[in-house]
Design a protein around this ligand. Sequence first.
Ligand code: C2O
Ligand code: CU
Ligand code: CU
Length: 482
Amino acid sequence: MPLTRRDFFRSAGAAGLVAGFPELARAQAGTAILQMPPLLDATASGAFELLARAGETNFLGQNASETWGFNDQSFLGPTLRLATDSLTKASVRNALDEPFSLHWHGLLVSGQTDGGPHQPIAPDDTWSVDLNIDQPPATAWYHSHTHLRTANHVQKGLAGVMQLTDGRDDERGLPSEYGTDDLTLVIQDRRFDRRGRAEYDPGMHDRMTGFTGDVILVNGQFGKRAVVPQGIVRLRLLNGSNARIYDLSSRAGREMHLVATDAGFLDRPIALNSLRLAPGERAEVLLDFTDGAGDLLIGSSSASGGMMGGMMGGAGSDSFDILPISVDLSQRGRLDRIPDTIGGTLPDLDIRNATRRDITLESGMGGMFRRGRNQHSINGQSFDMDRLNFSVQRGATEIWAIDGQTMAHPFHVHGVRFQVLSENGGPVSNRNRGWKDTVLVDGRAEIAMRFDQLASAATPFMFHCHILEHEDGGMMGQFSVV
Ligand code: C2O
Ligand code: CU
Ligand code: CU
């Protein structure tokens, strides 16, 4: 049965759209419960193993798709829980029939252990690295970062979440029971063929603007609901989509209290009515379910997503369901108020002697697309594995002025966390006030960062657009830190 956009809107809690929440609760009662990725807690052992393998996943209950995953998962991998102050041994084995490299997006580690495109793991090989973790708690993720193949590999499932923890969330007043009051939500969009099989065959338009799909998966599952206790609930959100930008909000109008951005906690929660999350970005939000009423996490595609915007629109509505949430009234939450402070902010960077660098993100148009894969570029140059774009002194602080042109691009830098100094010459939006490693540049943005991790010319750090078709298409560069 072909899955049309209309079917999609009808399913998964659509009854709740009339804003009658008892009805929403009834509609949800029959819906199966969302599973968390399995938790792989390496805080005690200081070691973890990932095995990448091929499998089959039946996303829509029709026909199975050929997918990739790690360990017991046929799609995506376990949530790795790592200690913030540790030397953690990682071992990644490749049981696929093609090479891949695995990048720790959000870990502040050396270029040698960062898992960029210069570190492919051949089929049947194992890559072992010691991750020297010394950074504040954060939600990070791992994903394939394979030369020219990242978009394809992430679609197939080579990704997962990482939680860096210091074990002190109780003191912060934050929910921390995995899968109970602390939910991990990987949000991805996919296209399916008429028989319900996932389809990734980017055409010229997809390579130009990024590949989006009209079915939303959460943790690789479709049409599920989350069940939460009657109390404060923490959502760790990862936009693991190739290209779609989401404006997330609560159908019931609940505020989302932002407590952490990519690189860790804020000083105090920021209440938001809606949260824009671009590919590669993570955010942690608290929602107050003490009233016991169900809700529906919805998304809309931001208009500033350029040509992508409006694709989901249809039928006069530009919002779509992401995840119904129902409250288990027999389960009292451990926490019943949003904390006033989190105490996460690091001291501001000293930018008085910062070097300035201009970064222009360019999408090739028209004829350029026919010349092959390198349609996109940065400062006039498409990514070249053999060319180092520049070198930075270790300990140096730099300000990068990023110019996004034509459409919004999520810009990511390896090996650093940064502060956003300005957006389009004005103040920074609420969602970008914390420390980040990926920022949606919709126009222009200035970021400041200090380069503390070493990266040689042999295993340099990448900087790129996190729309994966742009990254593979050449909107990436590389630098060493010496
Ligand atoms: Cu999340 Cu260079 O990647
Ligand atoms: Cu990264
Ligand atoms: Cu881009």
